[in-house]
Ligand binder design. Structure first.
Ligand SMILES: Nc1nc2c(ncn2[C@@H]2O[C@H](COP(=O)(O)OP(=O)(O)OP(=O)(O)O)[C@@H](O)[C@H]2O)c(=O)[nH]1
Length: 385
């Protein structure tokens, strides 16, 4: 299924733990000329709409307050309704007044349910596309927050951009430690340092497959598979895996409390490549099985797939068991026709996924051999049965 998505309104999801600088960032961003046509949707938590006032103050006609409480719990209906309403509430003379949306989520929750809503709701998909997830991490308290809150780990793991805030306050060693830790958890997300929310909007926006201004998707940048390590090559037809976050790293973790079982010690980030085209039905079966059994623990999966019988690449993008509708790209972005899939998982080792993939690819090899044999036999019954 081909999707020409550039006309859809990009949505950036802004997440980050309590006090990590989301509002400060938003206040800066909405004042930038590049974002003058941006509508901000803010989740209110608690009775005092401080965030709302702050942002409303800077650009009061573009803020929608979602006041029904925690975005995570009430998201599906509310977010859908809000995204529907704003297309006419913020229109003039039949023309929409915004061309981009930022949703700020509450700092206490995992952004995953929101991602699911954005990826799967038919109405939302007909008008909007997910541009990317921006996660703010407090450079001073980030390490501690990651230690103590699984939500913060989830926020970092699903990010496309990691904005390290308060870098003016952090000492160099703490910052370095945090950066290394985040790179291990989510190698492909670009890390950007900021002070008082100041950051070039271009660094945060257009983080998805499509850019607002260009028709051709930038799949290489989106997948950023190189960040997962250099390919070790073999030609034996199984998956080549590259990974971050193996046991070795635990022992040498730059963490002062060896007894603390850090949430992100459970996170793995790795990449597979596969040289040969894959039979579509086997790929579907493999993915369904994997997601069926392990979906909860797959924080993010992105890939470009070479399906047998199709000269165009297929792009997959999932968060847990929920997948964005498959996109077929108009062409391969380069000469490299390998299937490449990147994973960020919790409590799933690379070897588990590699084994399951290899098993399916062995099934494919057998299937192909049988097909070739049948062709050679000229369709004669084999007599074996
Ligand atoms: N020194 C310094 N302070 C910052 C920076 N960014 C944010 N702050 C301060 O940190 C505090 C929290 O920032 P907010 O922007 O309110 O954080 P938030 O993520 O919106 O917080 P919640 O809405 O509670 O989740 C505020 O007092 C900010 O002024 C920064 O880069 N440097």
């Amino acid at each position: 299924m081909t999707q020409e998505t550039p006309a859809l309104i990009p949505i950036s999801l802004l997440t980050g733990f309590l006090g990590s600088g989301k509002t400060t960032l938003l206040n800066y961003l909405v004042a930038q000329p590049e974002l003058k046509d941006t509508l901000v949707i803010i989740n209110e938590f608690g009775e005092i709409g401080l965030d709302h006032l702050l942002v409303a103050h800077s650009q009061d006609d573009i803020v929608v307050e979602m006041s029904s409480g925690c975005l995570c719990c009430t998201i599906r209906g509310d977010l859908k309704k809000t995204l529907k309403d704003i297309t006419w509430r913020f229109a003039e003379g039949g023309k929409r007044k915004f061309n981009r949306v930022i949703i700020e989520t509450t700092g206490l929750a995992s952004p995953i349910p929101i991602l699911h809503t954005l990826m799967t709701d038919n109405f939302i998909a007909s008008k909007y596309r997910l541009d990317g997830v921006i996660t703010t991490i407090d450079a001073v308290n980030g390490n501690q927050t990651l230690d103590n809150h699984i939500e913060a780990v989830q926020q970092a793991a699903v990010a496309d951009r990691l904005l390290l805030t308060k870098s003016d306050l952090a000492d160099a060693a703490t910052l370095k430690n945090l950066q290394a830790r985040l790179a291990q958890m989510n190698p492909s997300a670009e890390q950007i340092l900021s002070q008082q929310g100041q950051v070039s909007p271009q660094k945060l926006l257009d983080a998805g497959l499509f850019k607002a201004t260009e028709k051709t998707p930038d799949v290489e940048r989106w997948l950023n598979e190189e960040s997962y390590a250099q390919p070790a090559h073999d030609h034996h037809g199984h998956a080549h895996g590259h990974h971050h976050g193996h046991e070795h790293d635990h022992k040498h973790a730059t963490h002062s409390h060896e007894d603390v079982n850090r949430h992100d010690d459970h996170i793995r980030a790795f990449c597979f490549s596969f040289d040969h085209p894959i039979e579509p039905h086997l790929f579907d079966e493999w993915l369904s099985l994997l997601v069926g059994f392990k979906g909860q623990n797959i924080l993010r999966i992105k890939g470009i797939i070479n399906l047998a019988g199709d000269d165009k690449p297929t792009v997959i993008h999932g968060v847990q068991h929920i997948f964005h509708p498959t996109v077929t790209l108009p062409a391969w972005p380069s000469e490299d026709r390998r299937t490449r899939i990147v994973f960020i998982t919790k409590d799933i080792e690379r070897s588990t996924i590699e084994r399951s993939f290899t098993a399916f690819m062995q099934a494919q090899a057998i299937e192909q051999e049988q097909k070739a044999q049948r062709a050679q036999d000229g369709g004669k019954p084999s007599g074996a049965w």
